[in-house]
Write a protein of this length. Structure first.
Length: 468
């Protein structure tokens, strides 16, 4: 037997097996190459577990202190980059436990009392994702802050609003920007809800049936900042709902980033020229010297498939699993880590990009001319004159048809020409047919009138704490 085979045969779980693990199996089953990022949370959980074992008389105070000291050394080495991770030890849990036992002897072997890797990995992942949820909230708030800053800067600027990618009604640019503020606010809410549901300690569920040893799950949960403990050991062992829920929330964040990216790509084109992205955040062409390409929004848009794929991956992993733990669940971490890394990077660069983007309000204003975007306002005007809306809709449709035949706008019609369609139309109609009049008539809560947008902007600034 080679030295490597001899070492591999010393698995911490290997007492039942008579042969050492094949090297190919070790390579196929290891997760230390990616789950090492859980080291801090694994050590945090082990510290709390060791203290509880000592309080319950399952280990001595001296053994507890030896364990805590050894864990402190291991964490320092990992953070200094001097710790040797061994693939044959499979994962972060076994790497830390084996190193601890090598350092302090039998006391290290007692750390795993009353717990399994099944509840241990669930604990580590919950602790890790709880921290990541806080970081995500911070990044989302920064993106929101970028939109609020722009909305304040451009308050009063008017642009065409679109439905079906056709010019629909004039709106304030600030109203459009604050729509994204609301989208990312919902993202923050989803992630907060997810973090609340995952904030239950699984430690003590052990392999899947709990333990007969006199542990105190509640004290460990309290020390680790959990709201309580999970209720059913079998559910706990195989549960990854918390990871799925976070992946769904991340997918929605990425979709929102992608929708924004699409508009930035369109708006920076010659066909729109609504925005000018800073040169530092664009690239050129290898063959066409005139090009200025919006690569960052394009990449953000392209990464949506990746994040959604991470969600689909874990859903397919979980969908056919019987209770309780199955090794398939090792496949939970890579998609979660990848989605987190991708979304966090997208949020950070988006906040930076927005602060280096200028809006061409002159072009936006010009784009509100034409397209009969105040036609609905004319219909509303007729409704206020006591005409049923469906009748008003038909009247305005005929007015628009005439304008199209004559290649003119609504405001080019005289009062007499308008009165040919309805005698209730009076001279005050021209105020509501103007773009600015249309915008400021939309005074319903959540509408685009400047008075409503200013209120929404003030609320957003208060929520983000941006008011001095």
């Amino acid at each position: 037997m080679s030295a490597q085979q001899a070492d591999s045969s010393k698995k911490l779980w290997g007492g039942r097996l008579s042969e050492s693990t094949a090297a190919s199996v070790e390579a196929f089953t290891e997760s230390i190459s990616y789950d090492r990022r859980l080291y801090r949370h694994d050590i945090t959980g082990s510290r709390a577990h060791a203290r509880m074992l000592a309080r319950q008389g399952l280990i001595s105070k001296e053994e507890r202190d030896a364990i805590l000291g050894g864990l402190e050394e291991i964490q320092a080495e990992i953070e200094a980059g001097t710790f040797e991770f061994k693939p044959e030890l499979e994962d972060i849990h076994m790497n830390i436990e084996k190193s601890l036992t090598d350092r302090i002897g039998a006391a290290g072997a007692k750390l795993h009392t009353a717990r399994s890797r099944n509840d241990q990995v669930s604990l580590d992942l919950r602790l890790y994702l709880r921290d990541e949820a806080r970081e995500l909230d911070h990044l989302l708030a920064e993106v929101q802050r970028s939109f609020v800053t722009l909305a304040r800067k451009y308050l009063g600027a008017i642009m065409p609003g679109y439905t079906h990618m056709q010019r629909a009604q004039p709106v304030l640019l600030s109203h459009h920007l604050l729509a994204y503020y609301e989208m990312f606010a919902r993202d923050r809410g989803r992630i907060s809800d997810c973090a609340r549901r995952m904030n239950l300690s699984p430690l003590g569920a052990a392999a899947m049936a709990g333990t007969g040893l006199p542990i105190d799950r509640e004290s460990v949960a309290e020390e680790l900042g959990f709201d309580g403990v999970t209720a059913n050991s079998m559910d706990t062992s195989g549960d990854r709902d918390f990871a799925l829920e976070l992946l769904f929330a991340l997918s929605v964040v990425q979709l929102h980033l992608s929708r924004l990216a699409e508009e930035l790509v369109l708006w920076s084109s010659k066909e729109f020229e609504f925005v000018e992205i800073g040169d530092r955040y664009c690239t050129g062409s290898s063959i066409m010297p005139q090009k200025k390409n919006p690569d960052i929004p394009e990449l953000i848009r392209g990464k949506s498939g990746r994040v959604i794929g991470d969600l689909m991956s874990l859903m397919m992993t979980v969908k056919g699993l019987p209770l309780t733990y199955n090794r398939d669940l090792q496949e939970d971490k890579e998609p979660v880590f990848d989605a987190l890394d991708t979304v966090k990077a997208g949020l950070a660069i988006t906040a930076e990009l927005l602060t280096n983007t200028a809006f061409r309000t002159d072009r936006m204003q010009q784009a509100t001319i034409g397209g009969f975007m105040t036609a609905t306002d004319l219909a509303d005007y007729l409704v206020l004159k006591d005409m049923p809306f469906r009748e008003a809709h038909g009247v305005v449709g005929r007015v628009v048809a005439l304008c199209q035949q004559r290649d003119i706008e609504l405001t080019d019609l005289t009062l007499a020409e308008l009165q040919e369609f309805s005698t209730v139309i009076e001279n005050d109609v021209f105020e509501i047919l103007s773009v600015k009049g249309s915008v400021n008539s939309r005074t319903s809560t959540g509408g685009t009138a400047e008075i409503q947008v200013a209120r929404a902007l003030e609320r957003a600034e208060q929520q983000l704490g941006t008011i001095e």
